[in-house]
Design a binder for this molecule. Structure first.
Ligand SMILES: [Zn+2]
Length: 259
């Protein structure tokens, strides 16, 4: 079985072909998809979508306030998040998507950091893992995670850091999400990491509809592509696809406690 640990299947872009995307994913062996919320406005949509039970594939919700949408977040959204987390504790598999993005234009580092800390606190109290979005801010994120140890760690989605940073995350119990970025020949550092890091640290993802793979760069990404991600990782590692699928799947199952 394959698990897409990060897929925005709730986004309206999927409205006209969501069932088709799910059927294709299922046919390619995808058995579970984690759907993270990015703004308070999306949370209801994520919760409703993930209660549907399409045959042969499980959808799991996570809720969070994403650092790329700072202008949409309000202080009361944090209160609402804490409330939803306690109401839906048994369905939620993580707090996310949350994090730090110091690559976007005119980012406010202090505001992002404060929002992340508040959400890490919610994750810690609920004993939930986190789904992290981190760009150009790995050291800052690691520093926060060391200060505020999370009992269940989480996933650094679309990992873009160095080998050293990967090691630091792993020390804290984090897994690293690998997706479409490794399909680009120019992504040499990332491809080397996908080839060389211990397989126990890796999980698969698509980040669909974003981050399309090189072969499908002009169309929206979709969860079936996790099958191509696992194929590329196996090729880079000179391993059997089945072996990579099995280990990354068990990494995700254990971390997220998927039932
Ligand atoms: Zn995402």
């Amino acid at each position: 079985m394959l698990i897409d640990t990060h897929c925005h299947l709730d986004f309206p872009i999927f409205d006209s072909w969501r069932d088709q995307a799910l059927a294709q994913a299922r046919a390619a062996g995808v058995g579970a998809i984690v759907v993270p919320g990015v703004t308070a406005e999306d949370w209801g949509r994520v919760l409703v979508l993930t209660t549907t039970r399409p045959e042969g594939i499980r959808l799991y919700p996570a809720l969070g306030l994403h650092p790329c949408f700072m202008s949409e977040h309000r202080p009361e959204h944090l209160t609402r998040l804490a409330q939803l987390v306690s109401e839906h504790r048994s369905e939620l598999v993580a707090i996310g998507e949350i994090g730090l993005d110091f690559q976007i234009e005119d980012y406010d580092a202090a505001a992002q950091t404060e929002l992340l800390c508040d959400q890490l606190q919610i994750a810690r109290e609920a004993e939930l893992p986190v789904l992290l979005h981190v760009r150009k801010a790995h050291d800052q994120t690691l520093k926060l995670l060391r200060q505020l140890r999370l009992p269940r760690a989480g996933i650094v989605h679309a990992f873009s850091g160095s080998e050293q940073q990967a090691r630091e995350y792993a020390k804290l119990g984090f897994k690293l999400g690998f997706g479409g970025a490794i399909s680009y020949p120019r992504a040499t550092r990332l491809r080397r990491l996908a080839a060389e890091l211990p397989l126990e640290w890796l999980v698969l993802e698509t980040d669909a509809p974003d981050m399309p793979l090189s072969r499908w760069r002009d169309e929206p990404n979709q969860p079936v592509r996790v099958a191509e991600v696992v194929r590329i990782i196996a090729e880079l590692r000179k391993m059997e696809i089945e072996q990579v699928a099995q280990q990354t799947c068990s990494n995700a199952l254990a971390l997220l406690a998927l039932a």
